[in-house]
Design a protein around this ligand. Structure first.
Ligand SMILES: C[S@@+](CC[C@H](N)C(=O)[O-])C[C@H]1O[C@@H](n2cnc3c(N)ncnc32)[C@H](O)[C@@H]1O
Length: 358
């Protein structure tokens, strides 16, 4: 049987695209370096400058800075004047690459690319033999996650996220009991504890490192009086008190036993309480995510982190893209009668599920 002819135009177009993938993937890695070394921050404050001046402003080795500038120039992120040997970061680019640009600092998210790449061997091994890569294999996970929440959750929490549940800001003003499950570095609870001093906040996380970070921030922010943090497995919530508000921020889909966690949350909630679940925006079906603005990024984060950390514990491995359909089904199974799904204009990465027991 004759081999089917290749559609040459389609093949060439695809080859071009794959070369683009190599280049853009490389830029992602260098963008992470620009963020971690403070190079973008330093360049944003400088006039057109030489590599020596930039290295000196960022307190870095000039040879490395010059090579990085090469990638930034040919990647069209930094502008170069060959006559003067100077480099400049345009203000329009700095608006998405610097700490001052937060919450729009995309360079902070670029850190996920090398972070995930660092566990590639273990992921390849898991493709062959099943199982997964545990949380402990991701050395900078909690640090990067805290930066992520610092951009996606904190700035929007009081004025945009909480009001999604009618009456919630008023109840927090008066004083209620709040639990955050899978609280990570505790940034949301510490911010709320400072904003609503009449309410009481508890954060649970499985990670000792995350809880240590949360407690340190509580000390620093003076929120130890109404915020406490404990190392605790969310799958075995056995609360003496019941809560008015329970939150999870990006913390259900990577659980080993998400069904048990959701059931525990429903049981720990007062009858008139609210469960606010922020989780990844998307559909449970691949074909519905074709136009997702960061679909490839999210399936990658899922494969290389969210799904694998769950499978490493013999867990469900739902993955970050478990999707709205599956999330609603599981919330109903856990005992939530009313589930409203909202999305905020600032955040195309997440849905906000407002669940009540009805
Ligand atoms: C993606 S992170 C989100 C952290 C935090 N909510 C935030 O937005 O920054 C998920 C968190 O869930 C925690 N976690 C995973 N399984 C857990 C379990 N069984 N019990 C408690 N926490 C768990 C992880 O340690 C991690 O901090």
């Amino acid at each position: 049987m004759a081999m089917q002819e290749l559609d040459q135009a389609k093949a060439e177009q695809f080859a071009d695209r794959m070369v683009g993938v190599l280049n853009e993937g490389s830029i992602a890695l260098m963008t992470s370096i620009g963020h971690r070394t403070g190079l973008f921050d330093a360049m944003a404050g400088l006039p057109p400058s030489t590599s020596e001046q930039i290295a000196s402003a960022a307190d870095l080795n000039e040879r490395y800075v010059r090579e990085w500038l090469g990638a930034m120039v040919v990647g069209k992120i930094v502008e170069h004047d060959p006559e003067n040997g100077t480099y400049r970061l345009p203000r329009e680019h700095a608006a998405f690459l610097t700490r001052a640009a937060s919450p729009d600092n995309i360079a902070a998210f670029a850190q996920y690319i090398p972070l995930l790449g660092s566990v590639e061997d273990g992921i390849v091994e898991s493709f062959r033999n099943g199982g997964g890569v545990p949380y402990s294999a991701f050395p900078r996970f909690h640090e990067v996650m805290a930066e992520d929440s610092g951009q996606t959750v904190l700035p929007a929490l009081k004025d945009h996220i909480l009001p999604l549940a009618p009456g919630l800001p008023g109840r927090l003003e008066k004083g209620i009991d709040v639990l955050d499950v899978g609280c990570g570095s505790g940034r949301a609870m510490n911010l709320l504890a400072r904003t609503f001093p009449n309410s009481r906040f508890v954060g649970y996380d499985l990670s000792e490192e995350a809880i240590a970070r949360a407690r340190a921030e509580a000390e620093e922010h003076g929120t130890t009086t109404n915020a406490r943090f404990e190392v605790k497995d969310a799958a075995t919530l056995d609360e003496g008190v019941r809560y008015d508000l329970i939150t999870t921020f990006d913390a259900v889909h990577d659980q080993a036993d998400p069904a048990a966690v959701l059931e525990g949350i429903a049981n720990a909630l007062k009858d008139d309480g609210v469960y606010l679940m922020q989780d990844i925006a998307g559909s449970s079906h691949h074909h519905n995510n074709l136009d997702h603005p960061i679909g490839p990024f999210l399936y990658t984060v899922s494969t290389m982190h969210c799904m694998t950390v769950s499978l490493a514990q013999g867990g469900a491995g739902l993955g970050a893209m478990w999707g709205e359909e599956k999330a609603k089904e599981m919330l109903k199974q856990a005992g939530f009668k009313e589930v409203k799904v909202e999305q905020l204009p600032h955040d195309f990465q997440n849905y906000y599920y407002i669940a009540t027991k009805g």
